[in-house]
Design a protein around this ligand. Structure first.
Ligand code: FAD
Length: 240
């Protein structure tokens, strides 16, 4: 059991289409591992929400960063409208929880769909900060560039840490008239194989909508990746 910790939302900004980032004060002594999540509980709802005043959200910040950072797709739910409205709002966090954390002894293959990128922002920054030596490959699938939160950050990290970090964004519905010259393919065994040489030595981390997580599990199964080397988290709750 965790004691709820009082804190406050101090800042917010739009980081992609329909996607906001929220900054929270870090409560004294609050510690967590990259990839973990918290239950964010509002002290009051300004708009009705049948699910109540709390949601599970992953800490997109890395443990060495001073503040806590959350990122979420805005859907119009009463919870999210309240978070968006209230500047310097008092809130509580409960946690940290979750096992989507890095095995630093093996190469990592991160596979994110949409807002499922949040744990990987934390893990990639953490690995760069701690100078972990095992390589990381990040596949990041979005419909288009406008929806790809933290894209520029990952481009920058790849430039600085090309020896350990490979970033593969793929935009599955980017308009054919755009100047995007990167990947557009949906995730598949053939696609992943072009970048991941050896399926047996890496640990795979999957995060995104449930259907995407299931599909990637199937791909990994077809390549005989052992279950013990697959960690995943499904972001339930976006379905109406
Ligand atoms: C371990 C874990 C970690 C997670 N981490 C993250 C994260 O880092 N970031 C993140 O974004 N999510 C994360 N999620 C998902 C998150 O907990 C929510 O389920 C999700 O954000 C949807 O919440 P919501 O308030 O937008 O929609 P809900 O209230 O759950 O509603 C579901 C859908 O109903 C519709 N809807 C609801 N109310 C309204 C309204 N008033 N008007 C119009 N439409 C409405 C919307 O289409 C919405 O998508 C995580 C989930 C888990 C389990």
């Amino acid at each position: 059991m965790f004691t709820p910790l009082a804190t406050a939302l101090t800042d917010r900004q739009r980081i992609a289409e329909k996607t906001m980032e929220f900054i929270l004060q870090r409560p004294t002594g609050f510690d967590y591992q990259a990839g973990q999540h918290v239950l964010l509980k509002l002290t009051e709802l300004l708009f009705d929400d049948k699910k109540g005043p709390q949601r599970t959200l992953t800490l997109a910040s890395a443990p060495h960063e001073e503040s806590l950072r959350l990122a979420t797709r805005m859907t119009g739910s009463g919870f999210k409208r309240t978070v968006f409205e209230g500047a310097n709002q008092k809130v509580e966090i409960i946690g940290p929880r979750g096992n989507l954390t890095r095995d630093a002894t093996r190469p990592a293959v991160f596979i994110a769909g949409g807002i499922g990128i949040t744990p990987f922002r934390s893990m990639v920054l953490d690995a760069a900060y701690r100078q972990l030596e095992q390589p990381m490959t990040l596949f990041y699938s979005n419909q288009n560039l406008a929806r790809a939160a933290f894209h520029e950050l990952f481009v920058e990290i790849q430039q600085k840490h090309a020896d350990i970090f490979t970033y593969i964004p793929t935009l599955t519905s980017e308009s054919s008239g755009s100047n995007w010259d990167g990947e557009r393919r949906s995730l598949s065994a053939a696609f992943i194989e072009e970048y991941v040489m050896d399926w047996s030595t890496s640990t795979f981390y999957i995060c995104g909508p449930p259907a995407m997580v299931t599909a990637v599990h199937e791909i990994l199964k077809s390549k005989n990746v052992s279950q013990e080397h697959i960690l995943s988290e499904s972001f339930w709750g976006y379905e109406a």
